[in-house]
Write a protein that binds this ligand. Structure first.
Ligand code: PMP
Length: 428
């Protein structure tokens, strides 16, 4: 019997390698927002934020080939590529974010950011939400309550309940919910101080992506920011998911929600699939980090990575992809809202730019999460050639986050397919 790719994967890569869908997709080619599998079947990609400017964008491919054919080395020689890129990247920020450290993954970026916060505050205590994900190094794995570290949590780690606009903390919405979140952070700061590690940083995805992207108005994070500053701590904004124009109205998620971070991390979409990530910080912060920690990254900021990242950033600008995210995202959300008038299982529709979705419930009154149902929907969509996924505190929120050149016609295909899958999928 011939070994299947799944069997070969298990044999060579070990067990528990995650893969999407009951019938996994074997992709062989991508272009723009389209993907093709080994049998030549076409899919609409409504999920990938890594190929940010579209799969195999010719300008990014060309930039990689050109630089790979000229020079690639480790990062201890002089090269303009990293400098030109950091200049262009920091220009997308408000003052005073004017320096960057380049690395290869979002996990690494967050790991560095924790040390940067430590250099600034002299403390080690970290607070995260209880439904976030910040990566896979030993330090950032500590910040995961959804995948607990086998040896248990360090004393320096504390959690607060993730914001949930659909089922707000204590049943209160709006600014009362914001205050409840700030109070929970204040409580955990006291816990960290009592344990002796003190409070260093609150790390947040400013879009609360893994938490199910709750609908939080600008100013919602003001109370918690005040609590953090008062305690002498700093804020890390993990922009791995919302960054680079995805939220439509702003280039960065923290700008959209009015979060004033001290340190910003990014990764995934940064170089359209080439592994590049960064920590962006004000010069004083970078100086504090560099004088406290000796840090070298062999690959981070190499000439090919910087060429890929620069081309990606230029395409976002030249093709007005932030504006496209705003327009098409609003159009698609309207489509979801129309579906919600016909399907009771759609309890909430939310999102911004090209990062949106719908929370599925068994009953709109009780808001009981339709977790098994949303999984069936995702598999049903895959069978009809549309790739998306689900997440959230109850894993019942459809996650739609396509490459940025997603068009209104693509949104129509998404909504029409979802309509068909909703019509044929039993809720219970
Ligand atoms: N932070 C967030 C918010 C993420 O979603 C992820 C990846 N899903 C990471 C960090 C880790 O990034 P990487 O996989 O590149 O290490």
């Amino acid at each position: 019997m011939t070994e299947t790719l799944m069997q070969r994967r298990a044999r060579l890569l070990g067990p528990n390698m995650s893969v999407f869908y009951e019938e996994p997709v074997h992709l062989v080619r991508g272009q723009g927002v389209k993907l093709w599998d080994a049998d030549g079947r076409e899919y609409l990609d409504c999920y990938n934020n890594v190929p940010h400017v579209g799969h195999c964008h010719p300008r990014v491919v060309e930039a990689i080939c050109q630089q790979a054919g000229t020079l690639n080395t480790h990062t201890r020689y002089l090269h303009e590529g990293i400098l030109d890129y950091v200049e262009a990247l920091t220009a997308t920020f408000d003052d005073p974010f004017d320096t960057a450290l380049l690395c290869c993954t979002g996990s690494e970026a967050n790991d560095v950011a924790l040390r940067m916060a430590q250099a600034l505050t002299g403390k080690t205590g970290v607070i995260a939400t209880d439904h976030t994900y910040h990566g896979n190094t030993t330090a950032v794995h500590q910040l995961s309550q959804t995948n607990p570290p086998p040896g248990g949590y360090w004393d320096s780690v504390a959690f607060v309940p993730a914001p949930d606009s659909y089922r707000p903390l204590g049943g209160v919405a709006g600014m009362a919910h914001a205050q409840a979140f700030a109070d929970a952070v204040a409580e955990q700061i006291a816990v960290l101080e009592a344990r002796g590690c003190g409070f260093s940083t609150l790390i947040l995805c400013p879009y609360f992506a893994n938490e199910g992207f709750p609908d939080l108005p600008p100013g919602w994070l003001d109370p918690v920011q005040e609590v953090v500053r008062k305690a002498g701590g700093v804020i890390i904004a993990d922009e791995v998911q919302p960054g680079f124009g995805r939220v439509g109205t702003h280039f960065w998620g923290h700008q959209k929600i009015g979060l004033r971070p001290d340190i910003v991390t990014m990764g995934k979409p940064m170089a359209n699939g080439h592994p590049v990530a960064a920590v962006v910080a004000p010069r004083d912060t970078m100086q504090a980090f560099r004088s406290r920690f000796r840090y070298f990254n062999t690959f981070g900021g190499n000439p090919v990575s910087c060429a890929a990242a620069m081309a990606t950033l230029q395409v976002v600008k030249d093709e007005n992809l932030q504006q496209n995210a705003r327009d098409v995202g609003a159009y698609a959300v309207e489509g979801l809202r129309e579906l919600a008038t016909r399907y009771e299982c759609i309890g909430d529709v939310r999102g911004a730019g090209l990062f949106f979705g719908a929370e599925m419930v068994l009953d709109r009154e009780t808001k009981e999460p339709a977790t098994a149902f949303v999984k069936k929907l995702s598999n049903g969509m895959r069978q009809k050639g549309v790739l998306l996924n689900f997440l959230g505190i109850h894993y019942n929120v459809l996650k739609i986050r396509p490459p940025m050149p997603f068009s209104r016609a693509n949104a129509d295909q998404l909504i029409e397919t979802l309509d068909a899958v909703l019509a044929e999928t039993p809720l219970a």
